[in-house]
Ligand binder design. Structure first.
Ligand code: TMP
Length: 217
């Protein structure tokens, strides 16, 4: 095992898997299916999410997703980074040091896509902010569920839920977010697995299991 305490950018003995993609791309379903498969094999799994993976994070989530007025883009970026800093330090890193598998719905790539490209703050700055917050921790694997933003919107409309602040943004915003995710995946092909979120749920789940299985082998 690498000395995780001395080098906080490593995942120690555990495995850190993140799921990314636009709203309505099916990340949570795939996270649950992957967790079930790993648990069946006797693995210890921590399934979590950002924002909102801790008690502090639940309060931050309420602000970033449901505050009624505007939030300045830099303030929004800092709120996500604050959620991340606390979550990684108190929940994710301890789990990885124990040797657990962490399956996390959204991480720093969401900040680069939504705040960097969506809010036009600039990807590199936003990424640096997140890396500072998380002391450089990067996932072993990031699964990107890629879906055309108009198809995603149709799915969200069909679910008939009330849109949060980000979901309520225009289609053009979500188009920028999607392209940013694809650019991130192209820049780091070893870290990313890109799947077509328009495929059937079990087809996607099988692709994800193949990749995770080979990481564990
Ligand atoms: P979700 O938990 O339903 O996926 O919603 C979280 C929302 O927050 C989603 O619209 C994406 C957004 N988000 C950001 O804008 N930046 C971030 O860093 C993260 C983690 C999420």
């Amino acid at each position: 095992m690498a000395n995780a305490a001395a080098d906080p950018s490593t995942t120690g003995r555990g495995l850190f898997i993140t799921l990314e993609g636009g709203d309505g791309s099916g990340k949570s379903t795939q996270a649950r299916l992957l967790e079930g498969w790993l648990v069946e094999q006797g693995r210890t799994v921590v399934r979590t999410r950002e924002p909102g993976g801790t008690e502090v994070g639940v309060e931050i989530r309420e602000i970033v997703l449901h505050h009624r007025g505007d939030i300045a883009p830099r303030a929004e970026a800092l709120l996500y980074a604050a959620d991340r800093a606390h979550h990684i330090a108190t929940k994710v890193r301890p789990a990885l040091e124990r040797g657990d598998i962490v399956i996390q719905d959204r991480y720093l790539d969401s900040s680069v896509a939504y705040q960097g490209a969506g809010r036009v703050l600039g990807g590199p700055e936003v990424r640096d902010l997140s890396l500072w917050a998380a002391e450089g921790l990067l996932p072993d694997l990031t699964i990107l569920l890629d879906l055309d933003e108009t198809v995603a919107r149709t799915r969200l409309d069909a679910a008939q839920k009330r849109f949060d602040r980000l979901e309520a943004e225009a289609g053009e915003f979500h188009g920028r977010v999607r392209r940013a995710f694809l650019d991130l995946a192209a820049a780091e092909p070893e870290r990313f697995l890109v799947v077509d979120a328009g495929d059937a749920v079990d087809v996607i789940a099988a692709t994800v299991r193949d990749r995770v299985g080979s990481l564990l082998a």
